[in-house]
Design a protein around this ligand. Structure first.
Ligand code: PHB
Length: 398
């Protein structure tokens, strides 16, 4: 090889390399943005995690796996029950080892509280698909939430409960963040409506035996009961025991946020839940075109219609929010800019019209009053009977 041709070869090599670099940094190159999703994918709450997955995958199925030229990869991490230490370790691993640019999911409040201190240093926003204690939003400016809070869902219940003829109430809640929020919100709402809470009972999060609590409800002499427990085996056990121990038949009126009657529990509850009045942000039977399309896609992802419930819509809308963050930052890792971009964002969710409150970063939405009833096909549903539009979180009101 003579000097000239060697020089030409070198130059063409350099040109090829420059070309490759140009492609790498140019818009034509589809990079991959990882989204870490933490949820209960095994154990007693596995169905709640499967609903996260079904919601997220329904969004990708409808909108494609590429956002503004960037491929999205979902990385799932299993956190079976409330376990702050494990939550922190999983989030750390996702940020440091897997290099996720976004975190999503999180079913339980204590897990969310353990993760938020990592966000700033990791330069990663967290979009909460479920964890529902108001104060989580105050723990980091990099959190956005697409679920609900207990004060938000509970507040409309006060008037509804008094209107149905009960005045004296006993309140039963799981003894942790969302339970304490629910207890306070119900007390405030029922007092404003002219009723009264005569006894407040807090039960451990891991309670599985409910007959002693049913006895206390009976002994309180209250005409009505208010209850919040996290959706899953606790709510199934509570509603069953309320019926099995005869309280329902005795005419004690039970009111609750919709966590107690998630659709995936209704076939097993059957008559035990019949007529139960709840208030919530989402019913699988919500009548809208957007919801019909969502339910079809989410049912396909989860495998059976009966398994679908509210965590799926939190995840679906959470993916929408993350897609807007990705587009606004042109795929670059900038948590602050990403969160800034979705403040005030509004859209039509399968639950109805929603908006990310620019002040609180929590979702503003319609809260529905519902009654457990059978639909025309004989399936148990949460039938919407009244709606309260544009509800922010009273738990975060300044
Ligand atoms: C929570 O831990 O924040 C939580 C879990 C399940 C629910 C509601 C709230 O149904």
């Amino acid at each position: 090889m003579n000097g000239t041709s060697f020089g030409r070869l070198l130059r063409s090599g350099a040109l090829a390399l420059a070309g490759t670099l140009a492609t790498l940094s140019g818009a034509a190159f589809a990079d991959t943005i990882k989204v870490g999703i933490i949820g209960p994918f095994s154990g007693p709450f596995a169905l709640q995690g499967k609903n996260f997955q079904a919601g997220a995958e329904a969004w990708l199925a409808q909108n494609g796996k590429t956002v503004a030229g960037h491929d999205i990869e979902l990385v799932y991490r299993d956190l079976p029950t409330a376990n702050p230490q494990q939550a922190r370790a999983l989030a750390q691993e996702l940020i440091v080892k897997d290099k996720v640019q976004y975190l999503g999911g999180v079913y339980f409040t204590p897990d969310a509280m353990a993760i938020t201190p990592l966000l700033k240093q990791g330069n990663v926003p967290l979009v909460i698909f479920n964890a529902a204690t108001s104060a989580i939003m105050n723990s980091s400016p990099l959190v956005v939430r697409t679920s609900f809070t207990l004060p938000q869902t509970t507040t409309p219940l006060g008037k509804a409960a008094v209107e149905r003829g009960a005045k004296k109430f006993v309140s039963i809640v799981s003894d942790y963040g969302p339970g304490v929020d629910a207890e306070g919100a119900f007390k405030k709402a029922i007092t404003a409506a002219g009723g009264e809470v005569v006894e407040s009972i807090r039960i451990p999060l891991n309670t599985t035996e409910f007959s002693p609590i049913m006895q206390r409800i009976r002994d309180s002499g209250a005409e009505g009961a208010f209850a919040f427990l996290p959706s899953g085996p606790p709510t199934l056990g509570f509603v069953k025991a309320f019926s099995d121990t005869g309280l329902k038949k005795a005419g004690v009126k039970l009111f609750a946020p919709g966590d107690l009657t998630q659709e995936s529990d209704l076939p097993a509850l059957g008559e035990a839940a019949d007529g139960l009045i709840t208030s919530f942000h989402y019913a699988v039977s919500h009548d809208s075109e957007v919801n019909k399309r969502f339910v079809a896609a989410a049912e396909k992802a989860i495998g059976a219609p009966d398994l679908l419930s509210f965590p799926a819509v939190g995840a679906y809308d959470g993916m929408f929010v993350i897609s807007k963050m990705i587009a606004a930052t042109a795929g670059k890792q900038d948590a602050e800019k990403a969160v800034e971009a979705v403040k005030g964002l509004g859209w039509e969710s399968p639950r109805g019209p929603v908006k990310i409150d620019p002040e609180t970063r929590h979702i503003t939405q319609t809260i529905y009053l519902r009654e457990v009833a059978k639909d025309a096909q004989g399936r148990w549903i949460n039938k919407e009977i009244a709606s309260f539009p544009e509800q922010g979180d009273p738990g975060l009101a300044k």
